[in-house]
Every structure is written in C-alpha cells, then in structure tokens.
Design a protein around this ligand. Sequence first.
Ligand code: NI
Length: 234
Amino acid sequence: MVKKIVPVFILAILAALCLPGREAVPADSGAEIPAGEKYVALTFDDGPRRATTERLLDGLKERGAKATFFLIGQQVEDNASLVARMAEEGHQIGNHTWSHQRLDGILPDAAAQEVARTEAALEALLGGGEYWLRPPYGQVAEGADFGVPMVKWCVDPRDWESRDAEKVARAVLECVEPGSIVLLHDIYPTSVDAALRVVDRLQEEGYWFVTVEELLWLNGVTPEAGRMYRTGRG
Ligand code: NI
C-alpha cells in the first residue's frame, strides 16, 4: 500500500504545476483555504453505460478531475474500451457486484460470488489490482469482509429519483464539504450534467476532485480491507 502514497503526491504536484486556474481562487468564492487543500471524491455507480459514461469521461478530462467508478460486472465486457479508458485517465475503478444484488439479502456464498465474478472481469481486462467494493444500497451482512475496503458515501442527492440536473447539482453543493464522498450514477444524462456543474462550481471554490483512495490517503487514512468508508476522514 505504501506505493500508493507516491501517485497521490505526484498528482498534487503535477496538478499544482499544470492545471489552469488552480493558483487563482477567485476572491469572491468564499474560499479561505489556499487551492489544493480541499479535496472531494465523486463516485459513480451502476455503469458503465456508453451513452452517458463517455460524455462524463470527456467532461472530467477537460476539467482535470478524477472520479471513482463502481462498475456492475455484467456490463464490463461490452464496455471494455470505456473501462480501459477510465483506468488510463487515472480514475479509480471499483466493484458494484455482478448483477446489482443486495449483499445482505442473499446467502454469503452467493454474495462472495457476486463480488468475485466482477473482480475476475476487471482483472481480465485491467490486470491484477485491488478493486474496492461499493455494495449496492450500501449494505453488507454484519461482519462481511470481501477482502477489500468498502465505500459508502456522505452526500446523496438521490439523482436516480429526481433526474433533474439542476436539483441534483444544488443538492450536492448544499451538503458537500472537504473530504466528502458523493454518490451519483453515470447512467443518467442528468447526473452527468449535474456532476460537471458541480465540478465547475467547486473548482472555482478551490476544490480538487480526487479518487476515493487518494481522498483517504490525503486525509492521512490508511485504507483497510473489510472496513466501510463514508468520508475521506474514514
Ligand atoms: Ni447501485
């Protein structure tokens, strides 16, 4: 895990050197903390879905923003190039089960299978690695340990419900703070629009968009297998 420290700091240094506008937080943004000290992680569940995820990746790239994608295993093979692009562009890729099963509602063996099958699909495509788990509905059976860190969220704009970009963006902006993990779904065009508005607005306020893993490291938290993380502070 020690090797992960390096990419985070390289990222911070590169971003400080290369990204436009980072050194100049607008005076009227209300940001008192210098740029580079407010970090947030956007997470996207239930994809990939070509029509929407591709546009999101384009938008994130344009803005120099990183995110975390929790993928449904059975959608990986048909979207292999999209998943490979996520990895190439520095996003974190995680596991959202094979078929979006609620893991506390099925037998432990079936739950393990749901996770392992997706892990195998990701390893086949991207190589070995650690694919963190976001359990569907944020739930696992008590004491369940799938051998990787698990990620919940602290900001949930319920984007699947309203499907209204303006409303979703507003809901995120009202609740977000440094260290937040935000839950979105990249299968809705409105959520893609909302996410990009949120990035634009928060970058103006001096926020950096990092992966969940980076967010934890930047907050001095060492990720542990079997633990559920709701914010960057652990
Ligand atoms: Ni889901």
